[in-house]
Write a protein that binds this ligand. Structure first.
Ligand SMILES: Nc1ncnc2c1ncn2[C@@H]1O[C@H](COP(=O)(O)OP(=O)(O)OP(=O)(O)O)[C@@H](O)[C@H]1O
Ligand SMILES: Nc1nc2c(c(=O)[nH]1)N=C(CO)CN2
Length: 230
């Protein structure tokens, strides 16, 4: 997805959370200082393949078979640790550097691509961690307009950004593990972020002409939320 397509939804997210676009742009500009270009053609082997998108819901531990069956595994944030602890290799990690940046740094040094996200509320983490990553294996991302080496393939939370990245590089089928939109033990901010993750995934499945099972029973409500935006 390009930024022009993503922008109306981005604007709606900013308005809903009260986040500032200028703060996101500042974060992006900080990331530009540390990032080097990452050619997405390097993810060419995802094209047409089954890509598993691992979220970090507690259910993840019981669903690792979905990852084992996929051709490519993309892990959001702490999902990378859960999968690796269970012997499942991760082909890419997507993170905004807020929980397990050590894992992300280690993955880059192992030659695993990490999509590291800069946004208005994580500038200190961007400054601290991007220099510790192996730049060759780091894809710097923004939710604002792309600039220089910092790209925006679409999405908002770590998990849905993983799905948008897979879509962007031509994934054939997306499968999901570790997603639980009803998980009760999340704070109100996290719950709102998960609401947006669900809306973004609904938008993505509509664009792809696909059906993501994790959205079953929610499509009417999600379409109603998306209608005024799209
Ligand atoms: N029940 C759930 N609890 C937490 N994350 C979930 C859940 N269901 C799906 N996810 C997805 O898993 C991703 C990783 O979650 P985790 O809690 O490890 O990271 P996070 O760094 O807090 O994520 P974010 O900053 O994107 O909210 C989330 O971004 C979300 O897209
Ligand atoms: N400005 C801002 N942007 C974000 C934030 C956040 O807390 N603040 N959290 C995200 C994923 O959790 C993604 N983007």
């Amino acid at each position: 997805m390009n930024f022009e397509t993503f922008e109306p939804v981005y604007e709606a997210i900013l308005a809903d959370f009260g986040f500032g676009r200028d703060a996101d742009e500042h974060a992006r500009d900080v990331a530009v200082e540390f990032a080097t270009p990452f050619d997405l053609d390097r993810l060419d082997d995802w094209r047409g393949r089954t890509v598993a998108i691992a979220g970090a819901a507690p259910s993840l531990a019981d669903e690792v078979a979905v990852a084992r069956e996929a051709d490519v595994v993309v892990a959001a944030s702490t999902a990378a640790d859960v999968l690796r602890d269970r012997g499942v290799g991760v082909d890419c990690m997507v993170t905004d550097l807020d929980k397990n940046p050590e894992t992300a740094a280690a993955l880059t040094r192992e030659g695993v691509p990490v999509a590291a996200h800069a946004h208005g509320d994580n500038v200190p983490a961007v400054r601290e961690w991007l220099p510790r990553f192996d730049a060759e294996w780091t894809l710097a991302t923004t939710q604002a307009a792309p600039s220089g080496p910092v790209q925006n393939p679409g999405g908002f939370t770590d998990g849905d950004r993983a799905a948008f990245l897979a879509d962007h590089v031509g994934a054939g089928r997306l499968t999901f593990l570790g997603w639980d939109f009803d998980y009760p033990d999340v704070n109100p901010m996290k719950a709102r972020k998960l609401d947006w993750a669900a809306r973004l995934l609904r938008w993505l499945e509509r664009r792809r002409g696909e059906r993501f099972g994790i959205l079953d029973g929610r499509r009417r409500e999600l379409d109603a939320a998306l209608a005024p935006i799209l």
